[in-house]
Design a protein around this ligand. Structure first.
Ligand SMILES: C[S@@+](CC[C@H](N)C(=O)[O-])C[C@H]1O[C@@H](n2cnc3c(N)ncnc32)[C@H](O)[C@@H]1O
Length: 232
């Protein structure tokens, strides 16, 4: 795949990849090692596309001789020719894989209703702030103590702000340092015991204050008023 070879789609034909929807090998290898070390029994990824990340999860399952992987993507056939969902079959790993063609928001709620849990959850679906925030909030419901949630694409302000919220508000999770700057990782260390009105300011000041241009695009809610103002 990294050579750009056309890949098999669900229509049985080979399709050219766009060359930009992927995770880089350094990140994939870190996720692989992460799963090799932790030996999760169930893993989940939000956002399948061509299935690059899926291959690293499946490789860890094969090496660990343990695990099952679920991928969610509502646009797998519509936008990606079903390429990601065909990868496990090509690798002879169909038994360790389940694909759900739905939006994360509905799929995650159904998992929660069935009390399904996942030891490692990789969030790489819609990258809008509100979607990532909801994906994390619902994923947290599925993450048992000791389980981990990974968020891709820390180069994006939407993801960094979601991560800033988690770091400052979700004390039931601790951040795990990673050698890959594009990924953030959190481990569940306890129950969510926040009071109903708990709120800690969370905007990504570290990154946003570095660039004056970014500063002007960051809105923060002024305490005690109903208006937004720009930082700076
Ligand atoms: C960056 S790509 C995922 C790349 C993939 N993880 C990989 O490593 O190859 C983002 C994916 O999220 C999917 N997506 C978009 N909105 C979504 C949603 N609401 N729920 C789940 N997946 C979504 C897109 O169809 C796309 O396949």
């Amino acid at each position: 795949m990294y050579n750009g070879e056309p890949q098999l789609g669900s229509d049985g034909k080979r399709h050219t990849l766009d060359g930009k929807t992927l995770i880089v090998p350094k990140q994939g290898m870190w996720m692989y090692e992460f799963c090799r070390e932790r030996k999760p029994t169930k893993t989940l990824e939000i956002g399948l596309a061509y299935g690059y990340s899926t291959l690293y999860f499946l490789a860890a399952i094969r090496e660990n001789c343990l695990g099952h992987h679920t991928s969610i993507d509502p646009f797998q056939n519509e936008k990606w020719h079903g390429i990601g969902s065909c990868q496990p079959r090509s690798l002879g790993a169909s038994d360790s894989f389940r694909f759900i063609e739905e939006k994360a928001v509905t799929a995650l709620v159904q998992f929660a209703a069935r009390r399904e849990t996942f030891d490692v959850i990789f969030i790489d679906g819609s990258h809008r702030f509100d979607d990532v925030f909801v994906d994390f909030t619902l994923s947290a419901e599925l993450c048992p103590p000791g389980g981990c949630i990974l968020l891709d694409d820390m180069w994006m302000p939407s993801i960094r702000n979601a991560v800033a919220f988690i770091s400052s508000n979700r004390k039931d999770f601790e951040e795990i340092k990673t050698p890959v700057s594009n990924i953030a990782a959190f481990r569940r260390i306890g129950k969510d015991t926040r009071k109903w009105d708990h709120y800690v300011e969370f905007f990504d000041t570290h990154h946003s204050l570095r660039s004056p241009r970014r500063r002007l695009t960051q809105a923060s809610f002024r305490r005690g008023s109903n208006s937004y103002h720009l930082i700076g």
